[in-house]
Design a binder for this molecule. Sequence first.
Ligand SMILES: Cc1cc2nc3c(=O)[nH]c(=O)nc-3n(C[C@H](O)[C@H](O)[C@H](O)COP(=O)(O)OP(=O)(O)OC[C@H]3O[C@@H](n4cnc5c(N)ncnc54)[C@H](O)[C@@H]3O)c2cc1C
Length: 357
Amino acid sequence: MHRIDIAVIGAGLSGLTCARLLSDAGAKVAVFEAASRIGGRIHALRDERGQALADLGPTWVWPPHQPVVAQWLERLGIATFAQANDGDAVIEGYHPAPIRAPLPGQDGMARIKGGPAALVQAMAADLPDGTLHLNRPITRITLAPDGLILTDATGAQIIAAKVVLSTPLRVAAAQIAIPDAPAAVLDAMRATPTWMAGQAKAVILYDRPFWRNMGLSGRIASRIGPLTEMHDHSAANGQPALFGFVGWPPEARDPAALDTAIRAQLTRCFGPSAPQPRSITVQDWSRNPLICTAADHAGAHPDLPPAILRQTHLQGRLHIAIAEVSTRSPGLIEGALDAGETAAATLLASATTDWGL
Ligand SMILES: Cc1cc2nc3c(=O)[nH]c(=O)nc-3n(C[C@H](O)[C@H](O)[C@H](O)COP(=O)(O)OP(=O)(O)OC[C@H]3O[C@@H](n4cnc5c(N)ncnc54)[C@H](O)[C@@H]3O)c2cc1C
């Protein structure tokens, strides 16, 4: 059986951060990712040349209030720019017709040049060749005398001295058999919502940011929907865009009906003579079984998870590192970086020269 110091399950930002730090410290690390790409909830809409045009997952960071984000952006040489918010917002659903009014922005809110996908790419860039294993869903983790045995969907097995579980916790509880884990750990995993997992995000590309010439910020706050809030999402490289969060519940998100309703909302809010979108892309995260379970459809605000999820299990060999277990910023990019850092630091503090294998 193939042997490795540390196996990381999940190549989202938390898993990659952990893998990067462990690998930098000299450990032999393998990252197993079920999907065909890295990044998890961080995902970009790209043009035909592969250039990121818009964020289909997270967009914002708050560097003045998020020291871990600020440190990694600096270390990886990634710049930010301010979220555009000049001009009036359009507010609909409170008066017979949409009205214009300024809406304040958030202190410190920033966007990443190239989007959070640039952070993910930079984090993974220095991993040694052969570290990342895509299309490798792990289905079972069992305790062996000298490590943990991981089994993937093909039945292939690998033994690792330590394992870092960096998958959404409800997904892990449903899809990865961990027969040696205490029931209280599995219960806590099932009870922990995955932030934004049930959301859908619409990215609307335009040929020009026409709203700015109308004195509008591109922001829409709506009680009618389907997009409950919308923001200017023009890229640092100039691709004009808006994005919005879909207010319809997962079971009501028929793609054709949603597209028609979004176009009608844009016409209501910007007027019939506003330019038509070049494209509308809806990323419905509730349909991604590697991120979202049925329990996440209701949505829930991230809370501090139970301490048991920040402890090690399976004789100190199983660590959990996913944004939701961070005490600093559960559920957010800051939390993913923090969770990855914390797991790596714990592992390095307990390291022996041969990792116990
Ligand atoms: C629409 C949306 C908007 C958001 N907006 C913001 C924002 O503006 N600011 C912010 O800070 N945060 C935001 N977030 C949250 C942010 O995306 C997350 O905090 C962060 O991406 C979590 O990273 P992670 O690595 O912890 O988890 P994930 O990104 O969920 O990574 C988990 C990985 O595990 C993989 N996996 C699952 N099962 C298996 C298996 N069996 N075997 C192997 N791999 C598996 C998955 O494919 C995935 O790659 C948003 C999220 C969404 C969805």
